[in-house]
Write a protein that binds this ligand. Structure first.
Ligand code: AHR
Length: 508
């Protein structure tokens, strides 16, 4: 059994929990939109063609912000194709995913979906095949009250009130050679700056995200962020990060340590953004938008970006529909911990994607919808992380993997909400085989008792590869009782390879 001894103290707060940290992502990719959130012929569909079974599960997840419409898709997308009467919308080739796009779902449809689930939209503009003019047109159409040709067109299309979309991404992964309209850092930095400036002239209340690197292994990582920020520092509010993790062969330990990579990635981008701030002599800080992150078995996916020639063009083909396991859920828990640890600078994050495509949810055409294993840590942290993020002081026994050294076996974050007198502790035991003894000093938050605790791990008759693909509730958090609180100290025995969540009562 390993040991972790931790201390929580209200005096050591990192930052208030940024509510936009619990975002999701809906892209026109595979079956995320079509037969994911939108399927007019589905038995559960509402008058707008939205699957109410998926709506209900999405409401339970409760994403606080949802990014749309891409992703790689946005870089060859004409937003005007998705507005107006459905029978007049054009069918197009989507070059990013080698698919047929019918445009039966578009801007109004997405924004009315966000209202139904009570989330904030985060829109991306096409800076691949398009530019400043089309981005300005889109924001005028969406956000201008009325009395201009574009805003009156929105009103004629049924939306009398401006949509008021605040958060806008200036393109997607523009550093990636796979991106339609891929650019150099100088080309992109200049375009992002000029487009962002013009968009702000249309609506002065917006917040803008510049594209950072597509991942931290890009050959231009670091140099890209520096150059882009050199051009658009004054115009943007955020720089983006994207990262996907997967198990390589059977190197489960390195996979379980993925959050170490995420920690370093975030800290490197913070350093790069702050170096630009120092060089430019600015007061303002650029925050981070981690607007794509998840587990993604890319090695199982035959192609990223343009597909091999010869495969048929199809409408919403099945693409990257990973089935997630117990191990994946534990890793997702640690990735959420990494985001929380950096909540002073990462203030927007979107787990990619919502449904079917590397999805928290799955849905079958004409069939059922369910939560994947990875949905549970997301939902728990979104629901319970309140008030201030606490710096978790202390130490855990360590392990080495093929890629990382000195990785804590127990990874933990905590939040404390003085107003409600509640705290939450999110803990992963990364060991594949050993339980972990957890000792947490709660006196600094006045912790008196555990209100509720759950753990997600491989249950009886399961192994770490168990999924919810066949039995949709096979892997869920279960009640966890192996803990006590005495004299302000919590002790617990965490199952091997587990994700455990404590809701604590405090009396400070
Ligand atoms: O989320 C799937 C894809 O991953 C997105 O379209 C792209 O931005 C990233 O490479």
């Amino acid at each position: 059994m390993s040991v972790a001894r931790l201390v929580l103290d209200a005096a050591y707060a990192v930052a208030p929990v940024p509510r936009r940290l619990f975002g999701s992502f809906v892209e026109h990719l595979g079956r995320c939109v079509y037969t994911g959130i939108y399927e007019p012929d589905h038995p559960s569909a509402d008058a707008d063609g939205l699957r109410t079974d998926v709506l209900e599960l999405t409401r339970e997840l409760g994403p606080t912000v949802v990014r749309y419409p891409g992703g790689n898709f946005v870089s060859n997308y004409r937003w005007e194709d998705g507005i107006g009467p459905r029978d007049q919308r054009p069918t197009r080739l989507d070059l990013a995913w080698h698919s047929i796009e019918t445009n039966q779902f578009g801007l109004h449809d997405f924004l009315s979906w966000t209202k139904k689930i009570g989330t904030e939209p985060m829109m991306a503009v096409n800076l691949g095949t398009r530019g400043l003019q089309e981005a300005c047109d889109l924001i005028e159409y969406a956000n201008h009250p009325g009395g201009t040709s574009l805003s009156d067109r929105r009103i004629a299309n049924g939306a009398a009130d401006p949509f008021g979309v605040k958060l806008w991404c200036l393109g997607n992964e523009m550093d990636g050679p796979w991106q339609v309209g891929h650019k150099t850092a100088t080309e992109y930095g200049r375009l992002a700056n000029e487009t962002g400036k013009a968009m702000r002239l249309v609506d002065g209340d917006i917040e803008l995200v510049a594209c950072g690197s597509s991942n931290s292994s890009m050959p231009t990582f670091g140099a890209w962020e520096s150059e882009v920020l050199e051009h658009c520092y004054d115009t943007v509010d955020y720089i983006s990060l994207h990262a996907y993790y997967e198990e390589d062969g059977d190197d489960a330990l390195s996979f379980l340590a993925s959050a170490v990579n995420m920690d370093r990635f975030i800290e490197s981008v913070v350093a790069t953004a702050d170096a630009a701030r120092a060089r430019l002599g600015r007061q303002k800080r650029i925050n981070l938008s981690f607007d794509e992150w998840n587990v993604w078995y890319t090695r199982r996916f035959s192609g990223d970006g343009p597909q091999p020639a010869g495969i048929p063009w199809e409408k919403h083909p099945r693409l990257i529909e990973d089935d997630y396991t117990v191990t994946d859920a534990v890793v997702v828990g640690t990735l959420l911990n990494s985001l929380l640890r950096h909540g002073d600078r990462v203030t927007v994050a979107c787990q990619a994607q919502l449904v079917n495509v590397i999805g928290l949810l799955r849905s079958e055409p004409s069939g059922e919808a369910w939560k994947q294993t990875i949905a549970y840590p997301f939902e728990q942290v979104r629901r319970l992380a309140r008030g201030q993020i606490l710096q978790v002081v202390g130490a855990s026994d360590l392990f080495d993997s093929a890629t990382y050294t000195d990785v804590p076996l127990v990874d933990a974050t905590a939040t404390y909400d003085a107003e409600s007198g509640r705290a939450a502790l999110f803990v992963a035991n990364r060991s594949l085989t050993e339980t972990a003894r957890l000792e947490v000093d709660l006196r600094g938050i006045g912790g008196t008792s555990v209100l509720a605790a759950t753990t997600l791990h491989a249950g009886a008759g399961q192994d770490r590869h168990a999924t919810n693909a066949v039995q949709h509730d096979a892997v869920v958090p279960v009640r966890f009782d192996d803990h006590t609180v005495r004299g302000g100290r919590l002790t617990a025995t965490l199952p091997a390879l587990s994700w455990t969540v404590f809701e604590l009562h405090t009396s400070r």
